[in-house]
Design a protein around this ligand. Structure first.
Ligand code: TXA
Ligand code: MG
Length: 336
């Protein structure tokens, strides 16, 4: 039995993708770092069961060790083997997985996941990504993959392979290129380990959609103070562009760039990027980090951002912009 000669126009790209996937899987299995696309942003992946590989993530990102990582898995079955599962976890994952919802659950003592992933704590963050390449990588490796966003600590999250190359290119064994991430903001982080579900980070699944499944309003996390970090990603300035950001701008200076939203962008800016000319929040989320990356490369005095409604995905967009605008002094987690 022979194999048919591949048709170069059709199956060559496919076989190249398959070969890239195999190389990525093999790098992960041997403890390497692989940047991979998810539907939200690119992740910096490592075998979550390998302490050394997980430590290498922190080193590459220059991320302080007490910030715990999300573990990417294939679905609820893998989740129930790693963490204490519940009816609520079932309902939420039936509705939102695979997709941009991360659940915080209590880890099982014998789950085999590196303790460093949980920063030594009792809980673990799990999510099943919807991106076909991420799903294929999980299937190919048969490993849980620890993966924070593939940016240096304190920098803007990457939504293209190029962003990863610019920020972390020399730190990773391989970048799996899956094009532009369709959702564009990170997953919603929902803590269901305690008595009352709490939204730790707004993200790609809107609060109201989760509340519909839960049947009651979501609690917000208690304010972050000093060492009591429930979810360190909540710290104010976490997505720092080089340039100063001015929120809810009603006018724009000649030396500023404008990050606009909607059909009536402010006039007068030298450079304008419009998150969504039609005022669509999903489109705006998808464009957010890419446009911030682009504007940040311009020689300008600052970036003015127009007001954005905080409904639906707007909550995550406003949250990221607010953090990007926070003064550097609040970047408690920024590496020296
Ligand atoms: O969309 C996403 O979530 C992307 C893609 C790659 O999956 N990942 C991502 O990871 O944004 P990262 O590490 O940049 O953000 C993870 C967030 C942080 O705010 C972290 O503090 C929180 O999740 N987190 C992780 N484990 C936690 C835990 N056990 N308890 C509370 N918060 C946790
Ligand atoms: Mg991040």
């Amino acid at each position: 039995m022979g194999f048919a000669t591949p048709d170069t126009t059709e199956s060559e790209p496919l076989s190249q993708a398959a070969a890239a996937l195999r190389r990525a899987a093999s790098a992960l299995r041997s403890g390497g770092l692989v940047a991979f696309p998810t539907e939200t942003v690119y992740g910096l992946g490592a075998d979550a069961t390998n302490d050394h590989a997980v430590a290498a993530i922190f080193e590459a990102k220059a991320r302080p060790h007490f910030n715990p990582l999300i573990v990417h898995i294939t679905g609820p079955d893998a989740g129930a083997a790693i963490a204490e599962w519940s009816d609520l976890a079932d309902r939420l994952t039936t509705r939102f997985w695979p997709g941009p919802l991360t659940l915080i659950l209590r880890r099982r003592p014998e789950c085999g996941i590196s303790k460093l992933v949980s920063a030594g704590g009792e809980t673990i963050a799990l999510r099943a990504p919807a991106h076909p390449l991420a799903a294929a990588l999980l299937a190919e490796t048969n490993l849980p993959i620890a993966g924070p966003s593939a940016n240096r600590s304190g920098r803007i999250s990457p939504t293209t392979a190029d962003h990863v190359r610019q920020d972390l290119g020399d730190q990773v064994d391989m970048i799996l290129d899956g094009g532009t991430c369709p959702v564009g903001v990170e997953s919603t982080v929902l803590d269901i380990a305690g008595d009352r579900p709490a939204l730790l980070r707004p993200g790609g699944i809107a609060r109201s959609d989760i509340e519909t499944v839960i049947g009651s309003p979501l609690a917000n996390p208690p304010p972050v103070a000093g060492g009591d970090l429930r979810s360190p990603g909540q710290l104010e300035s976490h997505y720092a562009p080089r340039h100063r950001l001015r929120l809810n701008a009603r006018d724009v200076a000649v030396d500023e760039a404008l990050l606009a939203f909607g059909p009536a962008p402010l006039a007068g800016a030298r450079i304008t990027a419009n998150l969504s000319p039609s005022g669509d929040l999903t489109e705006a989320a998808a464009n957010l980090f890419s446009m911030l990356h682009d504007l940040d490369r311009e020689e300008i005095a600052g970036i003015a951002t127009m007001p954005i409604p905080s409904t639906g995905l707007g909550e995550a967009i406003c949250d990221r912009l607010r953090r990007a605008a926070a003064p550097l002094s609040t970047q408690a987690l920024k590496a020296p």
